[in-house]
Design a protein around this ligand. Sequence first.
Ligand code: HEM
Length: 401
Amino acid sequence: MPETAPARRAIPRERTQGCPFDPPAALRELQDKDPVCPVVMADGSSGWLLTRHEDVRAVLGDYQRFTSRGELRNSALDGQVTAARPAKPGEINSVDPPEHTRLRRKLSGMFTTSRMTQLTERITAIVDDVLDAMDRFAPPVDLVQEFAQPIPSLVICELMGVEYAERDVFQEKTTNMLALSATPEQYLAALDDIYAYVTDLVERKRAHPTDDILSNLAAEEELTTEEVSRMGLALLAAGHETTAHMLALGTFALLRSPDQLAALRADPALITGAVEELLRYLTIAQYGAERAATGDVEIRSRLIRKGDVVVPALMAANRDPHRFDEPDVLDITRRTAGHMAFGFGIHQCLGQQLARVELRIAYRALFDRFPTLRLAVPPDKVPLRTDSVTYGLAALPVAWG
Ligand code: HEM
């Protein structure tokens, strides 16, 4: 019998059902109706959308059958300037072992427990400074701009050893790179600009090392300046926007769930579980973990052909009722083990401990400092950012007092 290609659909993007924290309703429907669903990728090629926790985990856990190689991995979203292209030296998320293992070893050595402890103190100081500055404004203020954006930016400055005098310049370059309204050309120009800055920084660190990740990487004889610079840029790209979006969206979610916020306020020890549950419930990495099949492979009787792109929908997997009871309920005391907000397998987020520390410190300090924090606009007027790899808010107007 001649084989007929299954009908393909576009990847569901619309969050139309009213709750800004829920994944697109169509994704959840697919979990039962068509968990391995044929889709059209942004460039017209064939792809598969996976919405069940079990399948997403299996794909991300099998790098031999599902590669991360940049030139094979097509982006799930239209207009993404990061569509399929070979990895540049040091781009850890777009390579497989053994190159991935080599780069990951160099980087994971930099995220040691002692460095995290050292960073905890610095992050607390950074958060306090940011809140002091916010407190000097007359409300309403935009929490994205005054709180969620600066904290991860300053933490990355700390990691990379950016001098205090240069932090404004660095933050400006980062903001340009992440600008909402940027065209692909503007984005690429901003990326070149910050890449040039980081390369210059790496050269300075080679000449005059200080105690930070970039200096340590630069001291590795095996790594070229380009590799170290791109690794630094990867930390910036992977760690800034994600953490910023979690800070803003998580605050919004807690303000919209007064019972959960009250429970957290009554028992600050709940913060660790609250951060895990917010990570699961919000799963901001909506796309970006795409893989490509290295050979023909079957999942749930669907034949995935060599070269097809597989799109693991982390946000659907983390709301899979086969894995989590009442998955659409935000419950800061639930067991969240097994959530995949940071992905799964060898590419699982390298900065996850850092992100957790940042989120715990920042949420707690925010709600301690502003006990009367509230939305300054009706909830349906809070502008969402649905068009990027990372889901988040364009602004979060808040007031207090
Ligand atoms: C990888 C999410 C914060 C650095 C990933 C992946 C996800 C993720 C889902 C896996 C992508 C894949 O499988 O292809 C997040 C979220 C964050 C966060 C939700 C914040 C809440 C950070 C921070 C850093 C960081 C703070 C570092 C400063 C990285 C790097 C990778 C990665 C370097 C690539 C790892 C590899 O390919 O081996 N992140 N991330 N992330 N993340 Fe994060």
